[in-house]
Ligand binder design. Structure first.
Ligand SMILES: Cc1cc2nc3c(=O)[nH]c(=O)nc-3n(C[C@H](O)[C@H](O)[C@H](O)COP(=O)(O)OP(=O)(O)OC[C@H]3O[C@@H](n4cnc5c(N)ncnc54)[C@H](O)[C@@H]3O)c2cc1C
Length: 479
């Protein structure tokens, strides 16, 4: 580690906001994807846009890359400090700069925690709609970088539908304002390019977002199914019937049992094959008919039972099974590999069958909890990374799962991003020409590739299937 770099970083933020001792850096060696690690050179905590600019310039002078980081809940190794990068941790940039109920917008710094914005907007009858299941911890900067979704994406859209304007610090330390609070900006859609760019184009230092009115009424149904396939069938019927639920989420049997054994226990039947949570919101007068229609459609798809939440406490109980699912998985094994892929909704039953078959064939503990309305699958593999044989099987099964999803007309990520995890798989969905075009866009912002290196783009010119050496796949039988 270069002491002159540390001196330069400390000159910007002071010694207390610059970590560089090994034991301090360990905390930042990974994000939510614990199987992938990289030790940063230092971690710094800026408190203003000007400090971010000075930090970026200091990294440039010392020829060291940097990586923006929010809460580190990402699940694709997006905030990993590849190449000994300096981590620029944005959690202290956590002010809500403006909340304008008249125009239904808010201007926030990137370290504002997702759920805190809705709490602040509530007295004005407003909320911030994108609600990742990690919303009590994840930051809006991380949400912008990953184009985060959530259970209510089905009706309200992903982060990109809610971001109006951004302030971006480029790798040379300059700062740009992109987009417009009015929602109309002539010329190129730069905001669209930044949202979902996984922190590779610069550091977002301010975000202008749309706020939505809190719906007048919400109804939540819990449908119990004998198996996950019939639950998927119900999802298809609800969409086909022209209903637009706020959320349609499926939790499978293994997850239900883990939840029921945990502090999140919600009183769900342990023998249920799957549950479907269907949430409807809107004018109170419109909802009873929709609730009845969803109930009928679930019955026709083979539901054993359908319950409607009688009050807010019961609604929260239904959601506890979904929102606590990842935490409950900690009971099954020390590590959890949360996959993320999207398939057309009609392909859900077939793809899920294949995903479970892959899990069984590789002798893995695989469970599913997912945003079914969006066709966004999350096959979760519980494992122990200290067991190299099991870890190799986890990676091999993951590669097959992605291939199955792509073959069904899907893509390799819905909301967690490509990051470090899936960079060798991006060639499954993009050609070399596509990737070259993306690289040229990236070079416009970051010609020296110093901002979050090693993400999104493959390190080889071939996909993992044709190049088994990629990311250690040479140790795994791929036949
Ligand atoms: C239990 C659990 C449930 C989850 N559920 C969901 C879900 O429902 N939907 C969903 O979409 N995701 C979900 N996630 C994934 C994760 O929470 C999201 O990707 C989230 O957007 C990451 O935010 P973060 O603040 O933790 O970002 P980090 O993990 O710190 O970083 C993520 C990416 O954002 C970049 N970044 C961070 N801050 C900035 C900035 N200021 N400027 C530029 N780039 C920046 C980083 O470089 C990195 O590439 C879940 C994760 C967990 C652990």
């Amino acid at each position: 580690m270069s002491s002159s770099l540390i001196d330069a970083l400390e000159a910007v933020v002071g010694a207390a906001r610059c970590l560089h001792r090994r034991e301090e850096l360990l905390v930042y060696e990974c994000d939510g994807l614990t199987s992938h690690t990289a030790e940063p050179t230092a971690v710094v905590f800026p408190e203003s846009r000007e400090e971010v600019q000075e930090l970026v310039r200091a990294c440039g002078r010392h020829d060291v890359p940097f990586v923006p980081r929010g809460a580190g809940t990402g699940l694709s190794g997006g905030a990993l400090a590849n190449d000994g990068a300096v981590v620029i941790e944005c959690s202290r940039l956590n002010r809500i700069l403006a909340l304008d109920p008249h125009n239904r917008i808010a201007v926030v710094e990137p370290g504002v925690v997702n759920a805190d914005l809705s709490v602040a907007a509530r007295p004005h009858g407003l909320l911030y709609a994108p609600d990742p299941s990690s919303q009590l911890a994840c930051t809006l900067g991380g949400n912008v970088a990953e184009n985060a979704g959530g259970p209510h994406t089905l009706k309200y859209g992903t982060t990109t539908q809610h971001v109006l304007a951004l302030e971006l610090v480029l790798p040379d330390g300059s700062c740009f304002a992109l987009g417009s609070a009015s929602g109309f900006a002539p010329g190129f859609d730069w905001v669209g390019a930044i949202v979902g760019s996984e922190g590779t184009l610069g550091i977002v230092t301010a975000i202008t977002v749309r706020l939505e009115p809190i719906p007048e009424s919400v109804e939540t149904l819990l449908a119990i199914f004998p198996d996950v396939v019939s639950a998927c069938r119900a999802v298809g019927s609800v969409i086909e019937a022209g209903l637009v639920p706020a959320a349609l989420e499926i939790v499978d049997q293994r997850t239900i049992r883990a939840v029921e054994d945990s502090v999140y226990a919600a009183g769900l039947p342990r023998d249920a094959g799957a549950i479907l949570i269907a949430e409807l919101d809107g004018p109170a007068v419109a909802l009873p008919a929709q609730v009845e229609r969803v109930r009928e459609l679930c019955d026709s798809a083979g539901a054993d039972r359908v319950e409607v939440a009688r009050d807010e406490a019961e609604r929260q109980r239904f959601w506890r099974a979904r929102k606590g699912a990842f935490g409950a998985m900690g009971r099954l094994a020390p590590d959890l590999y949360v996959h993320d892929a999207v398939v057309p909704r009609t392909a859900l039953p077939v793809v899920l069958g294949k995903v479970c078959e892959i899990g069984d064939r590789y002798r893995l503990t695989l469970s599913n909890v997912f945003h079914a309305g969006d066709g966004n699958l999350h096959p979760n593999i519980s494992f122990d990374r200290r067991d190299p044989d099991e870890f190799a099987r986890v990676l091999a099964a993951g590669a097959e799962i992605l291939a199955v999803c792509v073959a069904a007309g899907g893509v390799i990520t819905g909301e967690h991003g490509v990051g470090t995890e899936k960079r060798e798989f991006i060639s499954l969905v993009f050609s070399e020409a596509d990737l070259d075009a993306m690289k040229r866009l990236r070079a416009t912002f970051d010609p020296n590739r110093v901002c979050n290196p090693g993400k999104i783009f493959p390190t080889t010119r071939f996909c993992a299937e044709s190049n088994p050496k990629a990311r250690g796949y040479d140790r795994i039988p791929l036949d």
